[in-house]
Ligand binder design. Structure first.
Ligand SMILES: [Zn+2]
Ligand SMILES: [Zn+2]
Length: 183
């Protein structure tokens, strides 16, 4: 059933993984587990594996030149594809009680406002009153409310004591967002 080919250099088929793997395998152990659980599937363009939430691997998404990937085996059909539409976590991840968001928004007058919330959407709706266009300048996700509280006061302290550091974090945040195509 599987075609076995001897190949001296066989590496994991995940788009940015360079892990060498034995001939006859198509993913490293870590990515194989992710594939079994249905968290990764193949990029329709280059056929390397990618996270299931992206339509293409990030190389293809950004239009980078990709070398063709030739798996040394025939890839079996995925047994349990991850059903995004059936997962509460995907339908409304912001309502999961184990996630807290710490954010910085820039108000119309240029002032920075630090806050924390378990419900990001609701909070932003509140900030976006008619005629106001606040901008999200920084976002940090933590698991507990206590961690969110600590991070919030840390950020408030930094805004007063080290605005350069804050500006650096903000420009890093926007850089990452535009790299991902959100800005
Ligand atoms: Zn891998
Ligand atoms: Zn690709």
């Amino acid at each position: 059933m599987w075609k076995w080919k001897r190949k001296s250099k066989n590496s994991c088929g995940f788009w940015d993984c360079k892990q060498p793997i034995p001939g006859g395998d198509f993913l490293c152990a870590e990515h194989y587990r992710a594939w079994e659980k249905g968290f990764i599937d193949q990029c329709p363009n280059c056929e390397r594996f990618k996270e299931i939430m992206y339509p293409q691997c990030l190389n293809c998404y950004f239009g980078r030149r990709v070398t063709p990937w030739k798996p040394s085996v025939v890839i079996p059909t995925q047994q349990q594809p991850y059903r995004i539409e059936y997962s509460d976590a995907w339908i409304d991840p912001h309502h999961r009680p184990d996630k807290f968001f710490v954010y910085i928004i820039r108000l119309d007058d240029g002032n920075l406002h630090v806050g924390r919330t378990a419900d990001l959407r609701q909070r932003f709706r509140n900030h976006k009153e008619p005629g106001h266009q606040p901008q999200l300048d920084y976002l940090h996700i933590v698991a507990t409310e206590q961690a969110a509280e600590l991070r919030e006061s840390e950020l408030k302290r930094l805004i007063d004591s080290n605005p350069r550091q804050i500006n650096l974090m903000i420009s890093e945040f926007h850089g990452r967002m535009s790299e991902l195509g959100f800005e």
